[in-house]
Ligand binder design. Sequence first.
Ligand SMILES: [Mg+2]
Length: 262
Amino acid sequence: MLQIQKLNVKAAILDMDGVLWRLTTPLVDLPELFRQFDQYNVRVMFATNNGTATIDQYVMKLAGFGVSVEAWQVVTSAMATGYALKKAFPNGGPIYIMGEKALHDTLKDFDFYHDTKAPQAVAAGLARNFDYNMIKDASLMIQKGLPFYFTNPDPTYPTPEGNIPGAGTVLAALETASGVKAHLAGKPLPFLFELGMQRLHTTPEETLVVGDRLDTDILGGQESGCKTAMVLTGISTRDDAEKWRPQPDLIIDNVMGLFQEA
Ligand SMILES: [Mg+2]
């Protein structure tokens, strides 16, 4: 019996950075990986804490690796931020946005737009052009008492050069400057997994979460009641994974390990 059969799931929600690729370098034979998911009737979705690319950009990136997916199969932490903001502000409206174009574009889909005069909230994420004035302006808004939302807490993300600063680095700067803790939207919060399971029509027990980070992917998957598989091609090491409690259901060298004999 293969690992994936032993897990007895109908669907998998896959993290991408550190699971499928590092930046532009695939970590396994991706077309073969998705043939295997098809063959064993496991539907897939993609959930990333990286809110700096749009859904269309992920669909195109996957297509570039020979994997054909539809837009509904991809969810990002920028979407989770829109989803969380919409619960607080059902009509949308002006908010102060500190982030990249993908965050602005995604929040527009949820009826929010950037405004510096009368914003109802601050929404921020990784801005690779961030500087002192951006931190200053956003932290002043937050100190006025506006609700503060942030895409995701990942301190770093894996690239071929090594682990480089992630959104959590910007989060720490904003929280330090404002003295306020953000409402987080991405993993380990449940929003991305909830959104994923709604679209897959699966229960948590029928859903496998696959990721390379214990403190976001695995923690969020476990807290959402899903089964979890930890891959060792990204951030967390085997040593970290073996110490983690409760243990992930599976620890594998790379994502292809799902299709090896148990
Ligand atoms: Mg990852």
